[in-house]
Design a protein around this ligand. Structure first.
Ligand SMILES: Cc1cc2nc3c(=O)[nH]c(=O)nc-3n(C[C@H](O)[C@H](O)[C@H](O)COP(=O)(O)O)c2cc1C
Length: 341
């Protein structure tokens, strides 16, 4: 992308023209402009979540990107969600992608669905697409669609978690010839250093960045992330009809983690499953908005991954990027213990 000698030199930092191979992953509803800009300004890269930017924070998409640009001129990325949904939704996503390209965004993190149209839309301007994958089958499909890198979403991730450990997933997709970043379970500098020493080109972290001063989420949410331990994280189907990592609070304990019987039947039926998924997606988009702008209580869902284990304070997001970079730079990879993240 540009001639650049990064502070931590990996294929990711070189390709993106950034200093620290740390991606602040897209988060619905937690990706607010200030958080994205702070991570990018500190040398990592913040990812815009278009529905957060427009629906939650109320920006027109282009104006929202320009708001971030007022805060930093460093590279930012965009999350493009391509799951099979309505044509109207996909049209809107295509328009947002074109606007992002016009506004100078050159890094795209795609999740769900086939990323081919994203690659085709951005390649002409030198854009790079990294696709979120949880197993080799999806990684191979994404490669066939022309992506430039993979983000390996493991079983410790916040959001929609995968099934494999960080080690097993890298073993499974590390030989496919593309750079692989690690998503899931990295909540502190030691975990960041270990992921790099395992051979990942970078880390995409979400949960850690919720408990920051720049994140617009309510204090109760940030404190819950700080206070939770790894054992407090469970996967629930009730939020989006596919497993999502949440803190096991009063609500989750009361209602369990499975969808009700009727929804289960509709999900098992090929004809009705898309409708019921769309219903759950809409319900979660509306229900989760509070986790960015409202007041939260134990009757709400608190999305977070097992990386809560590494989070022990609400901190400045830029300090996190700088400290993780410093601590990694000061360790030789041979000093980094090969324990799980
Ligand atoms: C609250 C929350 C919301 C998320 N929303 C999205 C999203 O909208 N799109 C997406 O691609 N990933 C989403 N993710 C996944 C993150 O981008 C990232 O891959 C993940 O958080 C990494 O795991 P970690 O939480 O252990 O750091 C979300 C994660 C969290 C915690």
């Amino acid at each position: 992308m540009m001639d650049h000698s990064p502070l931590i030199d990996t294929p990711l930092t070189r390709a993106l023209g950034i200093d620290v191979p740390l991606i602040c992953g897209a988060m619905y509803p937690c990706s607010n402009p200030e958080l994205i800009a702070t991570v990018s300004e500190a040398g990592g890269i913040g990812i815009v979540q278009p529905i957060s930017l427009t629906y939650v924070y109320g920006h027109d998409f282009r104006e929202g990107l320009r708001r971030i640009r007022e805060l930093t001129d460093k590279p930012i990325g965009m999350n493009v969600l391509t799951e099979k949904s309505s044509e109207r939704y996909l049209d809107r996503m295509r328009r947002w992608l074109d606007i992002a390209v016009e506004e100078g965004v050159r890094f795209f993190v795609s999740s769900l669905g086939d990323p081919r149209w994203i690659v085709e839309s951005v390649e002409g301007v030198g854009g790079l697409v990294y696709h979120d994958v949880t197993e080799r089958r999806w990684a191979q499909k994404a490669i066939d669609s022309g992506v430039h890198g993979l983000i390996a979403v493991n079983s410790r991730a916040g959001g929609h978690a995968g099934a494999l450990s960080p080690e097993a997933l890298l073993d499974e997709i590390g030989d496919l010839g593309l750079p692989v970043a690690c998503a899931g379970g990295v909540g502190d500098a030691a975990g960041f250093a270990r992921a790099l020493s395992m051979g990942y080109v970078g880390v995409q972290a979400g949960t850690r960045f919720i408990a920051t001063t720049e994140c617009a989420s309510p204090e109760e949410y940030k404190r819950a992330v700080v206070e939770a331990g790894e054992e407090d994280i469970v996967l629930t189907h009730r939020l989006t009809a596919v497993p999502v990592a949440v803190i096991n609070n009063e609500r989750v304990k009361r209602e369990g983690t499975e969808v009700p019987w009727l929804a289960r039947r509709l999900l098992a039926n090929a004809r009705t499953k898309h409708w019921i998924r769309a219903f759950y997606s809409l319900k979660s988009v509306l229900g989760l908005k509070k986790a960015a702008t409202g007041k939260m209580s134990p009757t709400d869902y608190f999305q977070a991954g097992k990386s809560v284990a590494g989070v022990d304070a609400i901190e400045n997001a830029g300090d996190i990027v700088r400290r993780w970079a410093e601590e990694t730079g000061s360790q030789k990879s041979s000093d980094i213990p090969g324990q799980p993240l």
